[in-house]
Design a protein around this ligand. Sequence first.
Ligand SMILES: *[C@@H]1O[C@H](CO)[C@@H](O)[C@H](O)[C@H]1NC(C)=O
Ligand SMILES: *[C@@H]1O[C@H](CO)[C@@H](O)[C@H](O)[C@H]1NC(C)=O
Ligand SMILES: *[C@@H]1O[C@H](CO)[C@@H](O)[C@H](O)[C@H]1NC(C)=O
Ligand SMILES: *[C@@H]1O[C@H](CO)[C@@H](O)[C@H](O)[C@H]1NC(C)=O
Length: 461
Amino acid sequence: MAVVNKAGLLLTLSFCLLLTVSCKRYLPTWDSIDSRPIPDWYDEGKIGIFIHWGVFSVPSFSTEWFWYQWEGRKLQPYIDFMTKNYKPDFTYADFASMFTAEFYDPIQWAQIFKASGAKYIALTTKHHEGFCNWDTKYSFNWNSMDVGPKRDLVGELAGALRLTTDIRFGIYHSLFEWFHPLYLQDASNNYTTQDFVKFKTMPELYELVNKYMPEFIFSDGDWMVDDFYWNATEFIAWLYNDSPVKDTIVVNDRWGQNIRCKHGGVLDCDDRYNPGVLQNRKWENCMTIDRDSWGYRRNAQLDGYITIEEILSTLAETVSCGGNLLINIGPTHDGRILPIFEERLRQMGQWLQVNGEAIYATKPWVYQNDTLTKGVWYTSRNETDTLSVYAIILDWPTGDTLTLGAPVTSLATTVTLLGYPDMFSWEPGSMGGITINIPSIPFNKIPCQWAWVFKFQGLKN
Ligand SMILES: *[C@@H]1O[C@H](CO)[C@@H](O)[C@H](O)[C@H]1NC(C)=O
Ligand SMILES: *[C@@H]1O[C@H](CO)[C@@H](O)[C@H](O)[C@H]1NC(C)=O
Ligand SMILES: *[C@@H]1O[C@H](CO)[C@@H](O)[C@H](O)[C@H]1NC(C)=O
Ligand SMILES: *[C@@H]1O[C@H](CO)[C@@H](O)[C@H](O)[C@H]1NC(C)=O
């Protein structure tokens, strides 16, 4: 027996070594989960699209937190909005039948996401309101198959992305629900019971993974209680060991109020997390094109949307410091992506067509921003023994030179502008660094309109 076992073990080991497959089993502990490397596709992809869509897209007033602001916190603007526009006995549940999605065309969405240059998405499967956007066994009347769209919104987008793009499908899922009776009961028991987790949260997560095979899970709604209540480590260990997406799945860190920014996969920490300095661990900046809301709100004005300059500035800063950008849009109740969101996404894609070399699959450089000139962010790539360093400049130089403090030049140093054919001449800066001579480029020869990338080769650092 012992001999057979040893031989079997040897066979398994050599199998793992030969095929370089990972035979490591992860334990349901944070230490073990933290030890799993993040699959390369995620770090290389750099950009994801976040989509907040649900019953809150019907009132589409101020925030996707509408229900909670109205009936949880009883804030006056929300009470007034309801009094003015709806019958007195109108409930939040009544909004669900108005979530019609008649213009929802997942192929068209997929094409917009593709044009944006994004490499993955995260669609709300269920926000804190609890409404499920998929065909689920765990909700009988508060889901998109039975009420409202009468469609599997999640499944349709997953299918369209896989059919027409190479974008990875990912999901957002809220652990808790503001008003779910089982959750409220667990909470009133001071979380000594786990009925909600056992009968709702966990079954949903397993169902979503087995059914739609997402490669990214943005967990949220964790902050009311520590991880002992959610005990998500078993779920994550299953994801990593035995799930249908075990080799490619990426999760985030929102698995308990004591866990976020510390454990899990990618660190999302807080919304719009953007530390501005290099981080040890892979992290993500989730932010939104609408400055004040993740869900669509009808009462937004033009200056309520961030500009393409702001998007590119955030992208440059995020990627320089080792993060990914997860950029959010809010579709309407009838399934449209407003042209303002579409334009911003297409502008980002247009910029990436020229400058993607400075973003995708890059690594942080020794410096993240320049030491002399503000608004300059660096990335780098080391291929076939040649190190390329990219300086993303957010403002076009006002004079005929641009001086940067961080690059250390050698006689072999070359400088180019991505998307422009000619080399740029340069001199060593008077206090170190480099002074690039900026020729007068005809307006119509400028490769892009909003942020420009100088590429250096032959630097000493
Ligand atoms: C609730 O649980 C926490 C954590 O276990 C404990 O510190 C606290 O004393 C409990 N509160 C009540 C009212 O039982
Ligand atoms: C949480 O984890 C413990 C320990 O592994 C397990 O006994 C319990 O059943 C889990 N609870 C739920 C709701 O999954
Ligand atoms: C570079 O970034 C750091 C950290 O965000 C900041 O403190 C510093 O002022 C920046 N340097 C320049 C020249 O902008
Ligand atoms: C670039 O790659 C070469 C060869 O693999 C290596 O010797 C060098 O240290 C790398 N440089 C940087 C800055 O990573």
